[in-house]
Every structure is written in structure tokens, then in C-alpha cells.
Design a protein around this ligand. Structure first.
Ligand code: NAP
Length: 284
């Protein structure tokens, strides 16, 4: 069994990006991400620290714009408008979910699609669908693609089963894998005989949000299993959607949780902000 860890992927990607960032620096440009955080959610703060560390180590900047948890829709929209207009900001990341009084649907229309580094806007999503290459895909599915590429796993002609069809993970991953010539099946709560659909795949991706749901009955020998899930088990430990112990005894390769896909997302975020800065430098 091969364990496909995220750190080597993130380190390699960051190293490649450093060269591109140095080139931008020669022209006086520092790729800059603006994080918009509403409130003080622990996982937002943890992601924010991870992004700050990753960006600082590569010569890029992160600005953090915080709003109180009880802020108004107008406060949020004014912040997003200001950042969309600011030429010093290349990318905007709004942490979600937002508190209940705020509308994500309304907020996203205040982000310039050219600065949308996590495919939150409708314009970003449309570009992903058409494959125009002019927008950034969401960071988590993009991290899965970086992982497969890093470990030399070619998707051409492969049968992929994705369990989960959310807008942030399953659906965009389907489009990205299709673009790489995989034959993709997307499963969900109404799928008939989910274990059989999973066993049919050459590459199985779990983005279900259910701790250790994918067990030995869902896999067969020779499969590559990618676990996107981040959950907490009964003992309070971080775990994926895949039951690592039983599945790793069968699969050919598997990503761990933690230290798998989740370790790659801030490097992908850095890639997206760098791309936005490069595109903006080309057009100015
Ligand atoms: P989500 O919005 O809750 O979507 C879950 C999807 O799984 C839905 O499409 C749902 O089907 C399907 N599903 C749920 N239970 C199922 C079952 N018993 N059988 C078959 N399908 C089932 O979750 P998400 O935001 O996509 O996140 C998925 C996982 O990825 C979570 O564990 C989350 O924490 C993790 N995540 C990780 C990262 C990272 O950086 N690694 C980033 C984002 C999310 P229906 O559509 O039919 O309801």
C-alpha cells in the first residue's frame, strides 16, 4: 500500500511558485491575498494562520479584514467592494459559512470574478464549466488534482467515482476530472448500491462529510482512494470519510487524514493568487 501524503505535494508546488513570485517581484509586484473573516470561528483562524505562514515563506502577502460576527450585510458588501476595487489586492477569500444574518448569494456578487481565488462567484463557476482557463477552481478539488498529478496518477481513461456532489468539492472535482479525460460517476444520498459504484472505480474519491463511512465493503484491490473528508471521530480525533485502517489493507494507494489533501489547500491558494497577479500584470 502506498500512502499519498500531502506535504511533499504542497512543498513542491510552493517551490515552483517561489520562482514565479520572484519574477513578479522584479516588476515590483507582490501577490496579495485579502482574507475576509466574519467572526472568530476556530477553523477559519487555523486556516488563516496556515495561509499566512505559507504566503510569507514564498514572498507573497496576506491581508486579513475582520468583521464582527453580528455585522450587517451592507458592512460585508462594502468590504468586498473596497477590496474588489483595490489594485493592490490580487485575490479575495471570504470564509464560509457566514453567520445566519448574512446572505452568501448576495455577498458573492460583490467579489470581482478576476479576484475570485476559490470559485465562489457565478463567473468563476461558469469559467470552470466552459473550461475557459480564465478563472481559479475551488482550492479543495484543485488540491486533489495537484495530489494525483504529483504522484504521477494519470486520469486518462480511468473510471473515477466521486462520493459527494456539493458545489465546493464533488461537482467541481467532476468537471476537473472530466477535463483530464476520466470517466466520472458522481454519487450522493440517493445513489442505488453505493458500495458497488465505489468498487467499480479505478480511483475513488470520498467527499461525503461522514466519519469513516467508506469501509472495506466499498473498495477492492488495486484502487486509489482519495479522502477529502475532515471529521472528528467518537474519540475526538481528526479523521476522514474513509476508514483508513480497513481500506488501507486493501487499496493500492490511499491519502491519510490528517496529512493528506487538507495539507495542500494553502499551497493551491498561493498558486491561485499568483495566477491572478500574473493575469493582472499582463492586462495592465
Ligand atoms: P456537503 O456539502 O455536506 O456534501 C456532502 C455530499 O455527500 C452531498 O452531496 C451528500 O449527498 C453526500 N452524502 C452525504 N451522506 C451520504 C451518504 N450516506 N451516502 C452517499 N452520499 C452522501 O460536504 P462538503 O462541503 O462537500 O464536504 C465534504 C467533506 O469534505 C467534509 O468532510 C468536509 O469537512 C471536507 N472538506 C475538506 C476540505 C479539505 O481541505 N480537505 C475542504 C472542504 C471540505 P446529497 O447531495 O444527496 O445530500
Amino acid at each position: 500500500m502506498r500512502e499519498l501524503r500531502g506535504k511533499p505535494v504542497a512543498d513542491d508546488l510552493t517551490q515552483q511558485l517561489k520562482t514565479r513570485i520572484e519574477k513578479l517581484a522584479e516588476n515590483g509586484i507582490t501577490p496579495t491575498l485579502a482574507i475576509v473573516r466574519v467572526g472568530e470561528r476556530a477553523d477559519d483562524l487555523s486556516y488563516e494562520r496556515g495561509a499566512q505562514k505559507r504566503f510569507a515563506g514564498a514572498g507573497a502577502d496576506v491581508q486579513v479584514h475582520t468583521l464582527p460576527a453580528d455585522c450587517s450585510q451592507a458592512d460585508l458588501e462594502n468590504t468586498l467592494t473596497m477590496l474588489s476595487r483595490d489594485p493592490a489586492v490580487d485575490g479575495i477569500l471570504l470564509f464560509r459559512p457566514l453567520p445566519a444574518q448574512l446572505s452568501e448569494t448576495r455577498a458573492k456578487s460583490f467579489i470581482d470574478p478576476a479576484k475570485d481565488v476559490d470559485c465562489f462567484t457565478d463567473g468563476g463557476y461558469a469559467a470552470l464549466l466552459t473550461g475557459s482557463g480564465k478563472a481559479c477552481p475551488p482550492c479543495t478539488p484543485a488540491a486533489v488534482m495537484e495530489l494525483l498529478d504529483h504522484y504521477g496518477i494519470d486520469l486518462t481513461g480511468k473510471r473515477v467515482t466521486i462520493v459527494g456532489r456539493s458545489l465546493v468539492v464533488g461537482k467541481p472535482l467532476m468537471l476537473m476530472m472530466l477535463a483530464k479525460n476520466a470517466t466520472v460517476t458522481v454519487c450522493h444520498t440517493r445513489t442505488a448500491d453505493l458500495p458497488a459504484e465505489c468498487r467499480r472505480a479505478d480511483i475513488l474519491v470520498a467527499c461525503v462529510g461522514k466519519a469513516k463511512m467508506i469501509d472495506a465493503s466499498y473498495v477492492r484491490e488495486g484502487q486509489i482512494v482519495v479522502d477529502v473528508g475532515i471529521n472528528v471521530d467518537e474519540a475526538g480525533n481528526l479523521c476522514g470519510d474513509v476508514d483508513y485502517e480497513s481500506v488501507s489493507a486493501i487499496a493500492e494507494a490511499i491519502t491519510p487524514v490528517p496529512r493528506g489533501v487538507g495539507s495542500i489547500t494553502t499551497a493551491v491558494l498561493l498558486k491561485h493568487v499568483t495566477e491572478c497577479a500574473e493575469r493582472s500584470a499582463e492586462t495592465n
